[in-house]
Design a protein around this ligand. Structure first.
Ligand code: G3H
Length: 525
């Protein structure tokens, strides 16, 4: 098997430390090997990339203590620090992070099978997100640098941290989605414990030193090991204030259920979705096919925003099936670094079997695989299968497949997809393809009440990251965007004082002597 030199794994990464209380502690206990489903040999064995510590409850609770001490019941250095000083720490981190681009991008390809182009994009998008977060925080701070007066009471209102955050990210965006939680949580003055996803874990290790030397001790703690072993005991103490998780609602529900103080725990969740495309009779078919290909197959369908079911009007179903199937079969499968590759190995070893189960179940209930290559297997891949006609008796109709299988349903009456969406457990986004505004306008007016983003003649996506990313029902809790994330990880808190000479003198002194980090009307530029 020929792998270009620059992408070869010449040296395994045996991560033997974890970050707790500002110290990279050496682990001498059990470890787990990290494998890539991408092979380096002709006989197609998985590639061992290295290993990570298998930390236990003891280390998890040490990390919690460290985060607790750094927050120190609101008196810690970090939560009381001047905004500009916290910003300086994040700037120091991102400057060092940028120097690790090559290493992280290479590990992204090997660990999760993301193409070179998309891996580089994930890294760059994350760096941009951090800079945008800094700017958004400055703006938020400038907007708060004033006093309000109502009913004879002055108020100086800002957003303050919530406390200790437990941060758990997903394997499909192990850098971007995790940092889109972690960085806003930190910059707002919270302290954090972060456990990387099961796949996409070694790529965090080049950044450990940057975390260590950019933030005061205990502000960010990084653990390696199994989620259930580490996260559950941390939450069960009742000391965590925010559970930040991108993943499946089953994990979110199980972890959250262990928290004994239900109202203390704030939740910031990005969860699963079953985003539909609705293709109307007058849709521009070439544009629609291109968008649906991108929406269903980009990163092999392993995106929460992927199009996971296509509703096609019966008047165009035959031509759509034909064109779409040929377009799927024309996609190039290969290793992530190959030129023009669109489909790549699946990082979860059990995923091809799961997709096969969905295909077999759909066939047993009357669907066919309508593209020639659909379901073709290799050791670490299954070619996207386009299934038609799909109905409610099939698992693929209900389950978030998160992989290469594309169910198509034909409809006659628009009420059909609308009813299905209303009955679904999910409500993130929808794509609508069509041009007739007489049809589109009532449709859009309904769809905005069923999901949180209606994409007109384009596939679903999270970006641009300044736009709100959220969902209804089991698809999300709270809203993320550059600005909204800062809100989600903070709470409004303020100082109020009656308009008396006595109080006003104290406020003037506080402002002039710049003693308080909270009461300040300074502008950060
Ligand atoms: O997995 C869910 C991601 O947030 C999707 O983001 O639309 O940029 O791929 P994306």
């Amino acid at each position: 098997m020929s792998i270009p030199n620059q992408f070869r794994i010449d040296k395994q990464t045996h991560q033997s430390t974890y970050l707790v209380n500002g110290e990279l502690k050496t682990w001498e206990g059990k470890t787990s090997n990290v494998y890539s489903t991408i092979s380096s040999t002709d006989s197609y064995e998985p590639t061992c990339l290295g290993s990570i510590p298998n930390l236990t409850e003891k280390e998890a609770l040490e990390a919690l203590d460290a985060a607790g001490d750094a927050y120190n019941r609101g008196q810690g250095l970090w939560p009381t620090m001047k905004v500009e000083d916290r910003i300086a720490c994040v700037e120091k981190f991102v400057e060092q992070m940028k120097t690790k681009r090559e290493e992280v991008v290479k590990l992204l390809m090997w660990e999760i099978g993301k193409s070179l182009k998309d891996s580089a994009k994930e890294f760059d998008r994350t760096v941009d997100y951090i800079y945008d977060t800094i700017e958004a925080y400055k703006e938020m701070d400038r907007n708060a640098a004033k006093f309000h007066k109502h009913g004879g009471v002055y108020a100086h209102i800002r957003r303050g941290p919530l406390g200790i955050v437990l941060c758990l990210g997903p394997y499909n965006y192990p850098l971007n989605e995790t940092f889109c939680l972690l960085i806003p949580a930190l910059i707002m003055g919270n302290t954090a414990i972060f456990k990387p996803a099961k796949h996409g874990v070694l790529l965090i290790t080049p950044l450990l030193e940057a975390f260590q030397n950019s933030f005061p001790k205990g502000v960010v703690n990084i653990l390696f090991g199994r989620g259930r072993i580490l996260a559950t005991p941390i939450i069960a103490t009742g000391r965590v204030d925010v559970l930040a998780l991108i993943g499946h609602s089953n994990s979110a529900n199980a972890i959250q259920a262990s928290h004994p103080k239900k109202n203390r725990l704030r939740m910031v969740f990005g969860l699963e979705a079953k985003n539909p495309a609705i293709i109307l009779p007058d849709a521009d078919l070439d544009l629609t096919i291109a968008e649906c290909i991108n929406g269903t197959t980009s990163y092999n369908g392993q995106r929460c925003t992927a199009l996971k079911i296509l509703y096609v009007h019966e008047s165009i179903i035959d031509v759509f099936k034909e064109k779409f199937s040929s377009a799927v079969d024309a996609l190039k499968f290969g290793n992530p670094w190959e030129e023009g590759v669109q489909l790549t190995p699946l990082p979860e070893p059990g995923k091809p079997d799961y997709i096969q189960e969905l295909i077999d179940d759909a066939k047993a209930h009357g669907a066919e695989v309508i593209n020639e290559k659909g379901g073709e297997r290799t050791a670490n891949f299954i070619f996207p299968a386009v299934l038609y006609p799909v109905n409610k008796d099939m698992r693929v109709f209900h389950e978030e497949q998160f992989g290469p299988v594309i169910p198509i349903v034909s409809f006659k009456d628009i009420q059909h997809p609308l009813n299905d969406m209303a009955e679904s457990n999910y409500g993130q986004q929808v794509s609508v393809f069509g041009t007739d505004i007489e049809i589109l306008s009532p449709l859009i007016d309904t769809l905005v009440n069923l999901v949180c983003r209606v994409n007109l003649n384009s596939s679903c996506q999270r970006g641009p990251d300044v736009y709100p990313f959220t969902g209804r029902k089991d698809s999300a809790v709270a809203t993320l965007s550059v600005k909204d994330a800062l809100r989600s990880f903070s709470i409004r808190t303020f100082v109020a004082s009656k308009d008396t000479t006595y109080n006003n003198q104290i406020l003037s002194d506080l402002l002039n002597k710049k003693e308080s980090n909270f009461i300040s009307t300074d502008y950060i530029l």
